[in-house]
Design a protein. Structure first.
Length: 239
């Protein structure tokens, strides 16, 4: 989806904040090189222009919808093996980070520059797609590296993360409009980037399922209802 359409999709539905985290692929693996060649990835060359576009759309989102747009990116390390693949979200950051760094170095770099390091969909996404299991395989040694681990990505709750004792966050992981029907993170704080990042660090958040009948089949909403009785629930990368 074009950036403008993503902003309008969430802004028109009254969301308070959204983090835009397009993929930034490492460039040492065959899959990483292919993603860059096919223009499916941010690069060091187009990064500044992308962030400038984010700032402009963020100003429009605030003016037209009162919605905060938080910059970020999804460092993407894909391998043929699911157990060697990992995605790391840098949320609240508009400075370039070398995606070829190791996981621990990436997290330190993101945090030192003021962003949140989040483990993206670290367990099976319950869908027939490429899985990224490397972070979960190393969760004990990496548990202090991340500010949060995704407990939901799209319409599915990850029970492994839910009961792990790790800090958590829920995300739309939206690539298409219909994926707006998903679990979301709810925060009760000022609508500013520093306040939102701090609330996530402190784990002052809860999770709720958002169903948009205009964008998703009713079966998804019915399926989600079965997941609703979960710990720490009350009432977007959507917030």
């Amino acid at each position: 989806m074009p950036l403008k359409d993503v902003i309008d999709l969430f802004g028109s539905r009254g969301f308070g904040a959204i983090a835009i985290t397009d993929h930034l692929c490492e460039n040492r693996s065959i899959l990483g090189k292919a993603s860059r060649y096919l223009r499916c990835s941010l690069t060091e060359e187009n990064f500044a222009e992308h962030m400038d576009n984010l700032r402009k759309e963020g100003e429009r989102a605030r003016r037209e919808y009162g919605m905060l747009v938080i910059p970020g990116f999804e460092i993407t390390k894909n391998s043929i093996s699911n157990h060697r693949s990992a995605h790391v979200l840098a949320v609240g950051l508009d400075q370039y980070v070398d995606p070829n760094l190791g996981i621990e170095e990436l997290c330190r770099e993101i945090q030192q520059k003021g962003g949140l390091a989040i483990a993206a969909h670290p367990v099976s996404t319950r869908k027939l797609e490429k899985q990224t299991l490397h972070l979960w395989d190393r969760r004990e040694e990496l548990r202090d590296c991340f500010d949060a681990w995704e407990v939901a990505s799209g319409p599915y709750i990850f029970d492994e993360v839910l009961h792990s004792g790790l800090p958590m966050i829920a995300s739309s992981d939206l690539h298409h409009a219909k994926q707006i029907t998903s679990w979301k993170s709810a925060l009760k704080c000022e609508r500013t980037q520093p306040a939102i990042l701090e609330a996530i660090r402190r784990q002052e958040l809860s999770f709720a399922f958002y169903s948009d009948p205009s964008c998703a089949p009713s079966s998804l909403a019915a399926m989600a209802a079965a997941f609703c009785p979960m710990p720490r629930l009350s009432t977007a990368r959507t917030m």
